[in-house]
Design a protein around this ligand. Sequence first.
Ligand code: ZN
Length: 79
Amino acid sequence: MSEIQEVTETEQEAVATSGQTSPLTAGDRCDSCGAQAYVRATLVFGELLFCLHHATLNKEALAANTVHWHDESDKLLAR
Ligand SMILES: [Zn+2]
């Protein structure tokens, strides 16, 4: 049995994010508090995952170094 991940990302999305963005999962944890992450911040010096709370807290401070702000908070609101 091999684990092959199905790629469902649209081409448009891949282009917009340089092919670096994959959906966040329940296993992705906030780097600040360990809650489930809904935001992936791609920064010039690396990547950070945030829950909504810490994403809001850090967004402005990181803005100057943010390459891509991947926000899946829609998922949370859609429940
Ligand atoms: Zn957090």
